[in-house]
Design a protein around this ligand. Structure first.
Ligand SMILES: *Cc1c(COP(=O)(O)O)cnc(C)c1O
Length: 486
């Protein structure tokens, strides 16, 4: 199976499956069936450039709609707190086996419900392995039930006083990497590394110096808005120098790892102790998370449910198994390569039309525009683009003068439109449409006439013109071709 593309189900088969499913739903709550139909129509009609979104295959989507949703299965394969989990065991072991094979990992845990849950599970697994375990051993305690209230007081103090070093939000890191408002910024003594203010690139020497001074228990690598590849071999060297556990959060770029676009030093799996991920971004699977780890960390990660997680979503684990099977194919590898090639075409298209990009380009799936040269905030640009049917999201740029709410950037990603079959020429046209909107948008004023960071004026007729041009591209590359609900 892994030698070729998987057979695609016929449009007629998929159409009849969804027509009948919607009929069943409509018999109970027609407004939900209507909203479901409308969501497909809206997704089909918009230029989806949100870097974290994608389109999963009908097989993945259909797998989520079954009676596996009805089963409780706390625990792990073969060790459940509920009876009758034999089929869930099949599903969970297959998903984990596929994940291990796909990524070349020693161990896989496919229960996390989302990327954030995967990170929280991983943090507590690392704390259990590196802090709680040794502490219990030192105290000569075999069974946690033997701990006195005074012992717990001490253990809580140990667990609550560890250090985490992650990439700052405005440099492209994720809020779960130690950002104050997130639980990770409260449960750890946190510190953040950034990027070089001139180039916008990761500065490994500065990171090493910070790590040596701060001595984190956990060094987190990974990002949501950094348009460049990361050298994970170097990250591991730094972690080793300071005795830190290296955790890589590949939520955004898991598809590029699975598709063998990131190899060698850019492949996190051989270098990290623990790797966390989502399954629904560039990997194109169901909405969910998973964790890969070395054998050393496996027993602690296995305790994720019920330590951190509620009962596993067996229907979603089943869909993860289907998505991992899809990602093992050469067709997926060529998809992943196209994601990166298309990002380059988009970046070049924007630059040659005068747009400033953070780090001057991209070598992954993300392009980060600095829209300040258009006299706009990220918020204004995001809204004007949306009016024209171009769906992006605003994002901070390094040392953003407009803060995390209004921002000065627009983040764009290529995974979703690449799934629709867009190539380099289409992405060059997309660049043209974006620049046209930005050039024809002016910052607005408040009701009192003061400069506003939110209001904007989009030139007359621009939205219609861009929508018509987008429709042409979108019609050429239909979403779920052959799927007809009428
Ligand atoms: C998207 C993302 C997450 C969170 O994923 P959810 O499934 O939304 O919880 C975590 N880390 C990174 C780096 C991400 O990009």
């Amino acid at each position: 199976m892994s030698e070729q593309s998987l057979p695609a189900p016929s449009g007629e088969l998929v159409s009849s499956a969804y027509r009948q499913a919607l009929e069943v739903i409509a018999s109970v709550e027609p407004r939900i069936a209507d909203a479901t139909r409308q969501e497909l129509a809206d997704q089909r009609a918009s230029l989806k450039l949100i870097a974290s979104e994608n389109y999963a295959s009908p097989a993945v989507l259909l797998t989520m709609g079954t009676w596996f949703s009805d089963k409780y299965a706390e625990g792990t394969v073969g060790h459940r707190f509920y009876a009758g989990c034999q089929n869930v065991d099949t599903v969970e072991s297959l998903a984990a086996e596929h994940a291990k094979e796909l990524f070349g990992a020693e161990y896989a845990y496919v229960q996390p419900h989302s990327g954030i849950d995967a990170n929280l599970t991983a943090y507590w697994a690392i704390l259990a392995h590196r802090v709680e375990g040794p502490w219990l051993k030192d105290a000569g305690v075999k069974n946690m039930n033997d701990l006195t209230e005074a012992d717990w007081e001490k253990l809580r103090h140990e667990l609550g006083n560890q250090r985490l070093l992650g990439m700052s939000l405005d440099a492209g890191g994720h809020l779960t990497h130690g950002f104050r408002p997130n639980i990770s910024g409260k449960m750890f003594h946190q510190n953040q590394y950034g990027t070089d203010p001139e180039t916008g690139l990761l500065d490994y020497d500065a990171l090493r110096a910070k790590a040596k001074e701060f001595k984190p228990l956990i060094l987190v690598a990974g990002y949501s808005a950094y348009p460049r590849r990361v050298n994970f071999a170097k990250m591991r060297e730094i972690a080793d120098e300071v005795g830190a556990t290296l955790m890589v959060d590949m939520a955004h770029f898991a598809g590029l790892v699975a598709g063998k676009v990131f190899t060698g030093d850019e492949d996190p799996i051989p270098h990290a102790h623990v790797v966390t991920s989502t399954s629904h971004k560039s990997l194109r699977g169901p909405r969910g998370g998973f964790i890969l780890a070395t054998e050393e960390y496996a027993p602690s990660v296995d305790r994720g449910c019920p330590m951190v997680l509620g009962g596993p979503l067996s229907h979603v684990m089943a869909a993860k198994a289907v998505a991992f099977a899809e990602a093992r194919t050469p067709a997926f590898q060529s998809y992943a390569q196209s994601i990166a090639d298309n990002a380059k075409s988009l970046a070049e298209g924007l630059q040659k039309r005068g747009t400033k990009l953070v780090t001057d380009g991209t070598d992954n799936h993300i392009v980060l525009l600095d829209v300040s040269s258009y006299g706009l905030t990220g918020r204004q640009a995001e809204s004007a683009l949306l009016d024209a049917g171009v769906v992006t999201n605003r994002n901070s740029v390094p040392s953003d003068p407009n803060g995390a709410w209004y921002t000065s950037g627009i983040r764009i990603g290529t995974p979703a439109l690449t799934s629709r079959g867009f190539g380099g020429d289409e992405f060059d046209t997309v660049a043209d449409l974006i620049v046209h909107v930005l050039q024809n948008t002016e910052a607005g004023t408040t009701a009192a006439g003061a400069p506003s960071k939110a209001s904007y004026v989009l030139g007359e007729g621009v939205a219609d013109k861009i929508r018509a041009a987008s429709a042409e591209l979108l019609d050429k590359h239909p979403l779920y071709p052959g799927l007809d609900l009428s």
